[in-house]
Ligand binder design. Structure first.
Ligand code: FES
Length: 219
């Protein structure tokens, strides 16, 4: 092989390598590179009312629908040039609420509904009552932790479970992973309970650990 042939093969190899590498790299980095072009959804950082704690049954979850306002901004350039915004737009999110379930010494399910809730909630709640409710409440996103399909509660003889209709992901009433493709349990909303005996959420997931709250990737 001559020196010219060697250099020619080298240049050809470089071109072919670039052709094979650039498209997947652009695909992966696309959301970072051109966020201005694609636009992004934006739910204001605020608290949104879910519903009253008094309506959550002792042994089953209750689903509430929360309307999160969305200020969809398509791109900075468009906003500046055309004033494109959608104020007043909302997106409905299903929020699953339930009392935490624990398994007793004999394998029986214990539902952690506070006694003052069972006997009828009388607002305003004391701080002690708010703390008790907060410690025993599940406030879960209906978006499956696999690819975001909305999960459903399926009643069974021995209680029930959340089932994802897309690929069969299964979770228990606390949102814990039971089976199927999801890599983890259901996501919990950042929530608080107030004196008026209602639950309020932010449009973010509290994923625990040291990672802090995360923006939902599916809304
Ligand atoms: S989206 Fe729920 S199991 Fe795949």
């Amino acid at each position: 092989m001559t020196r010219g042939d060697f250099l020619g093969f080298g240049i050809l190899g470089t071109i072919v390598g670039a052709l094979l590498t650039i498209p997947p790299a652009a695909f992966v980095l696309g959301p970072v590179i051109d966020v201005n072009v694609r636009g992004e959804s934006d739910v204001p950082d605020d608290w949104y009312r879910v519903g009253p704690i008094g309506e959550i049954p002792a042994k089953e979850p209750k689903v509430y629908v929360v309307e999160f306002p969305v200020n969809q901004v398509y791109s900075e350039e468009q906003v500046i040039e055309e004033g494109v915004e959608t104020p007043g737009a909302t997106i409905d999110n299903a929020v699953w609420t339930s009392w935490r379930e624990e398994i007793g010494e004999n394998g029986e399910a214990i539902h952690r509904i506070p006694s003052f809730v069972e006997s009828g909630v009388q607002p305003p709640l004391t701080q002690e009552q708010i703390d008790e409710v907060t410690a025993n409440l599940n406030v879960l996103s209906s978006s499956c932790a696999h690819l975001g399909c909305p999960v459903r509660w399926i009643v069974k003889e021995d209680g029930g479970e959340f089932l994802c209709p897309c690929h069969g992901g299964i979770y228990d009433i606390n949102g814990g992973y039971v089976g199927g493709p999801p890599p983890r349990g259901m996501y919990s909303f950042t929530f608080e309970v107030r004196e008026d005996a209602n639950i309020y959420v932010k449009h973010e997931f509290d994923i625990g650990g040291d990672k802090g709250p995360q923006q939902p990737y599916v809304i």
